[in-house]
Design a protein around this ligand. Structure first.
Ligand SMILES: [Zn+2]
Length: 112
């Protein structure tokens, strides 16, 4: 992979990581009184909010770790290489999931 492409993915990964870190203290999106953004949220969704936030936190933690690992692989010069078959991961897949460890074929195998 060319270094300019690696840098592109590193930027994407670091921005994503920053975004996750910024939202780490779980909280609901800011809703100002009378603002339209809060109008459609009904009571039932607020009751479920705590469970949703817990689920999000776990997902975020996994994602953060995957992003850290991807940044580590960029530093090691192994980014974009499938950890299963050691083939190059398709750029389209990296664009969609820049923190992925495996190519689409190996991912499909993992899922059965
Ligand atoms: Zn593979």
């Amino acid at each position: 992979m060319r270094s300019i492409e690696v840098k592109k993915y590193k930027d994407i990964l670091e921005k994503k990581k920053e975004g996750l870190m910024a939202s780490a203290p779980a909280r609901t999106p800011p809703t100002e009184p009378g603002s339209k953004s809060g109008d459609w949220i009904d009571q039932s969704s607020q009751e479920n909010d705590v469970h949703v936030r817990l689920a999000l936190k776990q997902t975020d933690a996994k994602l953060l770790r995957a992003i850290d690992e991807a940044i580590h692989r960029i530093e090691q010069g192994t980014y974009g290489i499938c950890m299963e078959c050691e083939n190059e991961i398709a750029p389209a897949r990296l664009d969609a999931v820049p923190w992925t460890r495996v190519c689409i074929d190996c991912k499909a195998k993992q899922q059965g």
